[in-house]
Design a binder for this molecule. Structure first.
Ligand code: NDP
Length: 282
């Protein structure tokens, strides 16, 4: 009880001290959002558009991106451009960053959000899928971050990485996905230290999300779990605010922070909760 109260007090203190978000700071900001054809990425594109940013969006499906870009313009984006890219390819991650740098004349925000589709099932030994998913969900993030770093350094920009509670707390049925998110947290956690030690201008925000009500997520977990799903538009706004205020971490919804802490403090209880969050009969 004492530990839980201390955690809540610490959490409230952090929230209280968080810098205020100034929406005006995003007017004209040059932003690249990945995985923006659907889900949280699409919602982020619309928020940036409402704030008057210049947006480049990317994903694989060109026709869908075109529609999202048109909607961004109607919502108030100063620019809305798109480029189709497959993040499993060796060259497309660089191609997407180069396109944004050329079209916008630099970048203020690189928002890495895309994920490849992955089954929601017990591990069946499919190493090939895991290898592919690592390329899409992890290696392309490292590649794009490196490609954009010089420009972000110049603009005192921000690198925003969309991760998951499953990058902090392993969970059944998603072993390959969980692995890619742990890799992201490790890599960008290290980069965060290195940039701070180099006194770099670039901030890194790592966003830990719980279950969000995107179509792809809900299709997987419907009828399988009673874990509450939070709205994609609200998650997207919180991610944007975290990047704009240069906060190193976001926990959305708030209890993902408690879950992250509790796995080390109360491992058996956490295991029990995790294993009993799903309807599964052996
Ligand atoms: P979606 O599945 O809705 O969107 C994924 C996006 O990635 C789409 O735009 C898709 O577009 C794109 N994409 C898929 N494969 C590739 C590829 N090979 N190359 C380039 N782009 C690709 O995901 P969510 O919105 O649900 O999730 C967004 C982020 O939030 C992810 O990082 C996820 O891990 C994180 N998150 C989500 C949670 C949730 O419950 N929804 C929970 C915790 C974290 P296209 O098919 O056109 O390529």
């Amino acid at each position: 009880k004492v530990l839980l109260t201390a955690a809540c007090v610490a959490f409230l203190a952090v929230k209280w001290n968080a810098p205020r978000f100034d929406a005006e700071s995003l007017r004209g900001a040059r932003v690249l959002v990945t995985g923006a054809s659907t889900g949280i990425g699409e919602q982020m594109a619309y928020h940036y558009a409402r704030f008057g940013a210049q947006v480049v969006i990317t994903a694989r499906r060109e026709k869908v991106l075109q529609k999202v870009a048109e909607k961004c313009l109607s919502l108030g984006a100063q620019k809305a451009l798109y480029i189709a890219a497959d993040m499993a390819s060796e060259s497309d991650p660089d191609k997407a960053v180069d396109f944004a740098l050329e079209q916008l004349g630099g970048l203020d925000y690189l928002v890495l959000n895309h994920i490849g589709p992955s089954p929601f099932t017990m591990w069946d030994g499919d190493v090939e899928h895991t290898r592919w998913l690592m390329k899409v969900n992890f290696l392309s993030y490292a590649q794009m971050a490196w490609r954009a770093l010089a420009s972000l350094e110049q603009s005192k920009g921000a690198l925003v990485v969309v991760s998951s509670l499953l990058g902090k707390l392993p969970s059944p049925f998603v072993a390959p996905y969980t692995s890619t998110k742990f890799a992201l947290n490790g890599f960008f956690g290290a980069l965060h230290h290195e940039l701070a030690m180099k006194k770099s201008n670039v901030s890194i925000s790592i966003c830990t999300l719980g279950l969000i009500d995107t179509q792809s997520a809900m299709e997987k977990v419907r009828g399988v779990t009673n874990v509450p799903a939070y709205p994609a538009a609200d998650a997207a706004l919180n991610i944007i605010m975290t990047g704009a205020t240069r906060q190193p971490e976001l926990f959305y919804p708030w209890f993902t922070h408690i879950m992250t802490l509790s796995k080390d403090w109360f491992p058996s209880i956490t295991d029990y909760i995790v294993q009993n969050s799903y309807n599964y009969i052996p």
